[in-house]
Ligand binder design. Structure first.
Ligand code: GUN
Ligand code: ZN
Length: 383
């Protein structure tokens, strides 16, 4: 039977898609005073070690996917940790909520603490097992996940390329050219490569299912390569600001025909909210004299991201035949936003003011495949 729910006067959107986020890093969000490489050593790597413990991995993963839903994000492309159990726990949590989620075991066999390092053969066995268990199971898909070029040996990157060649339909996710010291380091470690991005090209990692986080410090040849391979940039503006990484060149990427998805990159990013992510993206481009429209911002967090992932038949819009991943929002929370919305005339003005002023407190309800999975003011679970 159908239940009638009245959301008149509210904003109803496709669930947001976060194209790059780290499940174990919720607890290091807002860590002070470091740029990328120090931030990894000081905050991130110690925290990720806790996911070796199955109990920690399970509770952390459940908290993480619940937090996504409480921010209006119904799909995500996620880095768990190097530990196999962190992948199982994350996929189990997503499956229990019916979510579309893409993830894979983080590959890192060097330049990381002992407790976070794998080796090529063990990692390959883990990946094969996880692919068999999860890829194509319910709404889940596997992504081959080398953390970033500096933390994988040549042999491990080659193994990652072989996995992609062996299994059709896998995704690939990694980081590229986020921070200037990181770019210099990658150049030292891979002297034969033309650029940081070219390292991934050389190991066969770039294709239309590849997601490259950041890509702040890339050049025209890199953009042409991304376009040619059909790969997507996961743009993470709050992370790029917070870690002092740099200002992403949206217009150059778009002009080169490269797909761009928006991403929170928590815990480098400062919020899981894709509304705040859109607002940060606008501000970063404003510094470069580019004024992104509210439509362009919303597109990159919904239909554009879905299309980049090859999932436009399932998520990202209200086209007929898609699954009902739907979030209901208030147009305004509090007197300032309410006044601003009263004054707004056009749909674009309303939506842009909402992007600038709203956050997860405006979320009323999240539905995944038509089922209510998060509700504001829901009674606290008992027992
Ligand atoms: N580069 C390699 N690992 C990471 C990470 O965990 N976060 C970010 N922002 N960049 C990375
Ligand atoms: Zn990241």
């Amino acid at each position: 039977s159908w239940q009638h729910v009245d959301h008149a006067g509210r904003l109803i959107l496709p669930g947001f898609i976060d194209t790059h986020v780290h499940s174990p890093q919720l607890e290091v969000i807002g860590s002070w005073g470091a740029q990328l490489l120090d931030w990894l050593d000081t905050y991130t790597f110690p925290s990720e070690q806790r996911f070796a413990d199955p109990e920690q991995a399970r509770s952390g993963s459940n908290d993480f996917v619940d937090a996504l839903l409480a921010h209006g994000t119904t799909s995500a492309v996620v880095f768990p940790t190097v530990h196999k159990v962190s992948v199982d726990a994350l996929f189990e949590a997503a499956a229990a909520r019916g979510m579309r989620l893409i993830a894979g075991k983080v590959l890192m066999d060097r330049h990381a603490p002992e407790a976070l390092r794998d080796d090529v053969d063990g990692a390959e066995r883990d990946c094969e097992e996880l692919i068999a268990r999860w890829h194509g199971h319910e709404r889940l898909a596997y992504a081959v996940t080398p953390r970033f070029a500096p933390s994988s040996s040549d042999a491990q990157l080659a193994m990652a390329g072989e996995l992609l060649a062996r299994h059709a339909g896998l995704y690939m996710q990694t980081h590229v050219a986020e921070n200037r010291a990181e770019v210099r380091w990658a150049a030292e470690l891979f002297p034969a490569a033309r650029s940081y991005l070219d390292v991934y090209e050389r190991f066969g990692l770039l294709n239309e299912r590849a997601l490259l986080a950041h890509a702040v410090w890339i050049d025209a040849a890199d953009r042409a390569l991304l376009r040619e391979r059909g790969a997507t940039i996961a743009h993470s503006p709050s992370s790029n600001l917070f870690l002092g990484s740099g200002l992403f060149g949206w217009a150059a990427a778009e002009d080169a025909g490269v797909a761009i998805g928006l991403a929170s990159d928590v815990g480098g990013g400062t919020s899981l909210s894709m509304i705040r992510t859109m607002a940060a993206a606008y501000q970063v481009q404003a510094l470069a004299g580019t004024k992104l429209s509210a439509w362009a911002l919303l597109h990159a967090a919904t239909r554009g991201a879905a299309t980049a992932l090859g999932l436009q038949h399932e998520i990202g819009s209200f086209d007929a035949g898609l699954l009902a991943d739907v979030c209901v929002w208030d147009w305004a929370v509090g007197p300032v936003a309410q006044r601003r919305q009263q004054i707004a005339r056009s749909p674009h003005e309303k939506l842009f003011a909402w992007i600038t002023l709203a956050d997860e407190r405006a979320l009323v309800a999240s539905y995944v495949a038509g089922r209510l999975r998060h509700e504001r003011d829901a009674p606290a679970p008992t027992g």
